[in-house]
Design a protein around this ligand. Structure first.
Ligand SMILES: [Ca+2]
Ligand SMILES: [Ca+2]
Ligand SMILES: [Ca+2]
Length: 197
């Protein structure tokens, strides 16, 4: 695979066309899902739309609804320093992809993603049981508008101990693998079927 060679390239000189195609498709899939207003990149308004959808579909109110808004506000904010904010500050899809590619090789950025996805897990654990059931998982697909026919396949893929629920560790590991794994045959579909590119 050409992945090792690409990872060792100086990030400054990486072009979109140099990136492994499966990883690129995963990133474009993710960016398109977050880009709810289709202006080419995931920005603050998009995150607020996702928060509204989750509150509505999850029938949340009170503190649960406040937590969702706070989570998406912090996730969508470009004001904080670090690699994550470089992704959020990017104003186009290509810029956002290249910033994400750089973040992938940065342990501090990956740690930040882990903590974001830990919080995301708690948000989608709608009834705070400490695990995500398949029904709760469908809410995740619904707010992003992903075709639910593929939800069971991905749920079973993430459920590595096959206990019928997604634990926080399973959720975060799958999210980070989706983001970091540049193998061409990577089977993880954390954000659903990949877009064509
Ligand atoms: Ca947008
Ligand atoms: Ca739950
Ligand atoms: Ca499990």
């Amino acid at each position: 695979m050409g992945d090792t060679k690409i990872s060792s390239l100086s990030n400054k000189h990486v072009k979109i066309r140099d990136l492994p195609i499966t990883w690129l498709r995963k990133l474009i899939t993710m960016i398109q899902l977050y880009d709810t207003d289709n202006d080419g990149h995931g920005g603050y308004e998009d995150f607020m739309t996702l928060a509204d959808r989750l509150i509505k579909y999850g029938k949340l109110d009170g503190k649960a609804a406040d937590d969702v808004i706070e989570f998406f506000q912090s996730y969508g904010s470009a004001s904080k320093a670090g690699a994550r904010s470089e992704i959020m500050a990017a104003t186009g899809t290509a810029q956002q992809i290249l910033a994400a590619w750089k973040a992938r090789d940065n342990p501090a950025a990956v740690e930040l993603w882990r903590s974001r996805y830990s919080r995301m897990f708690k948000i989608f654990d709608l009834n705070s049981t400490g695990f995500i059931t398949f029904d709760e998982y469908l809410t995740f697909w619904r707010i992003f508008g992903i075709d639910p026919r593929f939800a069971r396949m991905q749920f079973d893929y993430m459920d590595t101990d096959a206990d019928g629920n997604i634990s926080e560790e399973e959720f975060v590991d799958a999210a980070i693998d989706n983001f970091c794994n540049a193998d061409l045959d990577a089977p993880n579909r954390f954000y659903g079927p990949l877009v064509k590119y």
